[in-house]
Write a protein that binds this ligand. Structure first.
Ligand code: NAD
Ligand code: UFG
Length: 339
């Protein structure tokens, strides 16, 4: 049993991972500044697990405070989700993105060093493979040319965490490259609750399906894919959460840098997502084709053989589960955590 500090644990992926950690009898302290998270989410976690994680309201950039938490709460491992994640926003607010994502992770590492906590799992992204990488993406490929400050912030952090591990062989650093997490906990108690207009496809689909938004814009149908719309590797957020727990247990105790893709290895187009969502949930999603969105790539998906062979992890839930669970969350919580 370990005691984790989960930064960003009141957000989407963090909250699902906290559920998984508590279920496996680990102890959890959540640190979140609620920039895009919800304190009420922690009550929902308690409803699911019967255990309420400890919560500290605070910012990862506050190294003194983080060091105090690590020492006082006797933390042995950190899972670092806290960050800003909207690609288009990062183009307009680069300094904010580098400050939270890069400076935030630096401050966290300094605090960890001070408190002698040397096990870290970092939320990276498939975006670090860059705009020119061939598909599917393999962990052995180099980090490529990123197209926006968000992607660059993840690549920079990957680089300095690798340097940190080389400078002190006691560190265990896991760099997890997520593909497209969607869905929600099957209870419908926790899920993705974007503040404002959703950037990502699935929350937009569910908000159109429930009637909060009129129509879904499909960004481009002239890509080099089977039906012309972009293809992505969508994975269930609970599979992703289980992946974190497994990696924390298996890689945490092993010094060095551990790099894994977390995806299903199967690309699905935007039109297929809409069609499938309508079919499994028996609801209609009006859409219209619009111009391409800046920065979107035709198609990318994960090669998942490394994590399958080394850790025996593979995504267990299919598209039906992802889309049904996302819809249950939307129906039960039309206004997200504010109802
Ligand atoms: P999210 O916005 O739901 O969660 C992030 C959490 O971090 C929020 O609760 C927010 O309040 C908190 N936070 C932000 N800045 C903070 C700060 N300075 N101090 C403390 N807390 C802070 O996002 P998510 O989808 O759960 O993503 C989690 C991580 O995974 C992020 O680092 C993101 O970049 C990465 N990621 C997400 C996706 C995706 O599609 N969701 C894909 C690849 C990588
Ligand atoms: N899309 C639409 N309409 C919408 C929203 C999205 O057609 O309203 C399309 C996009 O053009 C894209 C696909 O749906 O083709 C998926 O878009 P998302 O915004 O859901 O996801 P992305 O693949 O663009 O990006 C996500 C995360 C990034 C992360 C990347 C790789 O948002 O943070 O996956 O992990 F870097």
């Amino acid at each position: 049993m370990s005691k984790f500090l989960v930064t960003g644990g009141a957000g989407y992926i963090g909250s699902h991972t906290v559920v998984e950690l508590l279920k496996s009898n680990h102890q959890v302290v959540v640190l979140d500044n609620l920039a895009n998270g919800y304190e009420s989410c922690l009550r929902r976690i308690a409803q699911i697990t019967g255990k309420k994680p400890e919560f500290v309201l605070g910012d990862v950039r506050d190294a003194e405070k983080v060091a105090r938490i690590l020492r006082d709460k006797r933390i042995d491992s950190v899972i670092h989700f806290a960050g800003l994640k909207a690609v288009s926003e990062s183009v307009n607010k680069p300094l904010e993105y580098y400050d939270v994502n890069v400076h935030g992770t630096l401050a966290l590492c300094k605090a960890m060093k001070k408190a002698r906590v040397k096990r870290l799992i970092f939320s990276s992204s498939a975006t670090i493979y860059g705009v020119e990488a061939p598909v599917p993406y393999l962990e052995s490929m180099p980090r490529g040319k990123t197209s926006n400050p968000y992607g660059e912030s993840k690549a920079v952090v990957e680089r300095f965490l690798t340097d940190l591990s080389h400078s002190d062989p006691d560190w265990s650093v896991s760099l997890l490259r997520y593909f497209n997490p969607i869905g929600a906990h099957p209870s419908g108690f926790i899920g993705e609750a974007p503040k404002g207009i959703p950037n990502n496809l699935l929350p937009f689909i569910t908000q159109v399906a429930i009637g909060q938004r009129e129509v879904l814009s499909v960004f481009g149908n002239d890509y080099k894919t089977e039906d012309g719309t972009c293809e992505r590797d969508y994975l269930h957020v609970m599979d992703l959460a289980e992946g974190h727990r497994l990696i924390a247990e298996q890689c945490g105790p092993k010094p060095g840098v551990h790099i894994y893709n977390l995806g299903t290895g199967k690309p699905v187009s935007v039109l297929k997502m809409i069609e499938h969502f309508e079919k499994v949930n028996k609801v209609s999603v009006p859409f219209r084709i619009e111009d391409r969105r800046d920065g979107d790539l035709d198609a990318f998906w994960a090669d998942v053989s490394k994590i399958e062979h080394e850790l025996n992890w593979h995504a267990e839930r299919g598209l039906d589960d992802m889309l049904k669970d996302a819809w249950r969350w939307q129906l039960q919580n039309p206004d997200g955590y504010s109802c």
